[in-house]
Design a binder for this molecule. Structure first.
Ligand SMILES: NC(=O)c1ccc[n+]([C@@H]2O[C@H](COP(=O)([O-])OP(=O)(O)OC[C@H]3O[C@@H](n4cnc5c(N)ncnc54)[C@H](OP(=O)(O)O)[C@@H]3O)[C@@H](O)[C@H]2O)c1
Length: 257
């Protein structure tokens, strides 16, 4: 299967790295700034191409340009698009209905990935125009991490939680590390401790299937130091700050969309 990419910035290249691992795929890589595509090609293979070549030859096209660039990028290809190709857009806020107008008759997927896709640890929500598009998409994303099909009206919520979420988690890791440094740990050691703690705790949630509150209860002994830390987080509005962050991102998504 020939899989083309138009737009290989942060997210397009993260997806390309995951798709390159799927057996039976050949990649066509196109980016405005060709140096970016060449650098990626050196890492994952594939063939450099123009947008026209990607549109003409690919069985599947991943569109990785900024949301405001989507209309123009597709319009420039009019007449040279393979009529059978499945198109997959990662553009935040660009609705399936808008994509269908730009690409009439095509099977289309709208996806919302996050950057850990590059390491095979992403969380991608998607909505597809039909079952054939869904099947191709889930096959190509098998090395990207987790994928979940959702109703399109939940895409803004998924974006605010998982698309934007890595930034909140990085901020938490940085804050934990700052506290470690304040208390004498070397910066690198503190970052590693904080990041591994987030990773391990997330795995506990996913692998045990227990509610996060149950897991937290299991590590807060009566009168102990952990409950003192948990209470300090609550006193400082940690839970509400997190909910507000997701809601602010969601509101901004709606403004931008
Ligand atoms: N970053 C995230 O965490 C994230 C999460 C979820 C979804 N997304 C979505 O992913 C998409 C890409 O975001 P990004 O963060 O990867 O942005 P980015 O780093 O700016 O990447 C966009 C890339 O598209 C290229 N480009 C623009 N117009 C083009 C065209 N007509 N033909 C070929 N290449 C073109 C740009 O090339 P130049 O470098 O030459 O300008 C750039 O490399 C966006 O729609 C965004 O909403 C991003």
């Amino acid at each position: 299967m020939l899989v083309g990419f138009i737009g290989l910035g942060n997210m397009g290249s993260a997806i390309a790295k995951a798709v390159a691992k799927v057996e039976g795929t050949d990649l066509l890589l196109s980016n405005h700034n060709v140096a970016k595509a060449s650098k990626l090609q050196a890492e994952i293979g594939g063939t450099l191409a123009t947008n026209q070549e990607v549109a003409e030859k690919s069985d599947v096209v991943f569109l990785g340009v900024k949301p405001y660039q989507v209309g123009q990028a597709i319009a420039e290809l009019a007449g040279s698009i393979n009529k059978q190709a499945v198109w997959i857009s990662m553009a935040t806020g660009v609705a399936l209905a808008d994509l269908e107008k730009l690409l009439p008759g095509h099977s289309i997927v709208r996806m919302m990935p996050n950057t850990p896709v590059a390491l095979g640890a992403g969380m991608t929500s998607f909505t597809a125009s039909d079952d054939a598009a869904k099947a191709v998409f889930t096959k190509l994303m098998v090395y990207s991490g987790e994928t979940v099909e959702i109703a399109e009206n939940l895409m803004d919520a998924a974006t605010a939680v998982a698309g934007c979420g890595p930034a909140y988690v990085y901020q938490f890791i940085e804050a934990m590390a700052d506290a470690g440094v304040q208390n004498g740990l070397a910066r690198q050691a503190a970052i590693k401790m904080a990041a591994q703690t987030v990773l391990g705790s997330a795995e506990m949630v996913l692998k045990t299937g227990q509610h996060p509150a149950e897991l937290r209860d299991a590590v807060t002994s009566p009168g102990g130091s952990t409950i003192a830390g948990v209470v300090a987080l609550e006193q400082n509005g940690f839970r509400y700050a997190t909910i507000s962050a997701v809601n602010a991102a969601l509101a901004r998504n709606k403004e931008l969309g």
